[in-house]
Design a protein around this ligand. Structure first.
Ligand code: GDP
Length: 364
């Protein structure tokens, strides 16, 4: 599954948000299984109305949403790359995530101390990014030193790694995150494997006051500008509102959201923004036993998509019987879609589309 690390300076509202999100997910319905793996790790079922529709038509006994994992990564402070705060332990936690949800304080409240004594989310974002860049620099230098012997032996893989590390190093030494490095398609995988912190896509979460949850404020607007320049994205959320929602019954929560001028809980918006940021899509497997959603990256081939379910499905892939979501619904389910000629047999080269209902055939 895909994993989002929640980071941010102390006192910006991370824990409030994390606790609210995971509680809301747990309370929403039996459909949204949630489990706390560790105190700071939560798995959240991804809300998707299409899955419910598919299950209704197919009479599926069980609905299993795809999941996204949130990890509350505490301890990021100025100097973290030098071992301040929780230091390196938390940097290792960030390394394992697919994206960073960076919570920024966009609310004023004299009773809540800001570590730097003023509310300035753009400066806070830079503080954190600088720590990530410094941590990268240190790890790059170590790794390049470790490659020297292999380079002398003309090891191709080592040469590729060293070349990519050097490019990242050059960017960071100019004060820019490794994210700005343009990578050729044939290097893309090796580049991802480097797991550099300043290459992770960032979703800025602007924590605003209750009254500003619907439209944001000047702080969140400034964050939006910054995010757009970086090619990152941002969402506006009030951790306080999310906290209140998490304590309400679902129908009460809906009323409360309406009063606040909001259409859906912040959880839904956060997940959707994460999907967009990571170019994630969903495909479905549907039968009488269960209707289930699976997450893939945009551009995933049918065998790779099968591999998300089980490695053997990918290895022994023969073909995928495919029905587009709209065709499945319009024809009243699989039998109707088949009769209408809307079920396609797709081979190895097929690129799965968002909403596809798939049935894999494979050799064992
Ligand atoms: P963390 O250190 O980033 O995890 O921050 P916490 O979630 O512990 O929040 C720090 C303090 O800020 C707590 O007292 C929260 O109640 C408060 N807080 C969080 N979000 C808001 C908000 O939107 N408005 C106000 N006024 N206070 C908030």
């Amino acid at each position: 599954g895909f994993k989002m690390g929640i980071v941010g300076l102390p006192n910006v509202g991370k824990s409030t948000l994390f606790n609210a999100l995971t509680k809301t997910a747990a309370a929403q319905a039996a459909n949204f299984p949630f489990c706390t793996i560790e105190p700071n790790v939560g798995e959240v079922g991804v809300p998707d109305a299409r899955l419910d529709e598919l299950a209704k038509i197919a009479g599926s006994k069980e609905i299993i949403p795809t999941r996204m994992t949130f990890v509350d990564i505490a301890g990021l402070v100025k100097g973290a790359s030098k071992g301040e705060g929780l230091g390196n332990q938390f940097l290792a936690n960030i390394r394992e995530t697919d994206a960073i949800a960076h919570v920024l304080r966009c609310f004023e409240d004299d009773d809540v101390t800001h570590v730097d004594g003023r509310v300035d989310p753009v400066a806070d974002a830079e503080t954190i990014e600088t720590e990530l860049m410094l941590a990268d620099l240190e790890s790059i230098e170590k790794r390049r030193a470790g490659l020297v012997r292999k380079l002398k032996g003309n090891d191709k893989e080592a040469a590729q790694q060293d070349r990519l590390l050097a490019a990242a190093q050059a960017a960071i030494e100019e004060g820019r995150p490794a994210r700005v490095v343009e990578v050729d398609p044939e290097d893309a995988k090796a580049w991802r494997m480097l797991q550099l912190l300043s290459t992770k896509p960032v979703l800025y979460v602007c924590n605003v006051s209750e009254e500003e949850a619907a439209n944001g404020n000047a702080y969140s607007a400034a964050v939006g500008d910054m995010a757009a320049k970086q090619g990152n994205s941002h969402v506006i959320i009030s951790a306080r509102i999310e906290e209140e929602i998490s304590q309400l019954e679902p129908d009460e929560a809906e009323m409360f959201l309406g009063e606040m001028g909001l259409e859906e809980p912040g959880l839904d918006r956060l997940i959707r923004a994460g999907y967009e940021l990571l170019h994630l899509e969903t495909y479905f497997t549907v039968g009488p036993k269960e209707a289930r959603a699976w997450t893939i990256r945009h551009g995933t081939s049918a065998p790779q998509a099968a591999g998300v379910i089980h490695g053997d499905f990918e290895k022994g892939f023969i073909r995928a019987e495919t029905i587009a979501y709209d065709d499945f619904i319009a024809n009243g389910g699989e039998a109707g879609a088949k009769e209408a000629g809307k079920m396609r047999a797709e081979g190895k080269a097929y690129v799965v589309k968002d909403g596809d209902v798939l049935h894999f055939l494979f050799n064992t």
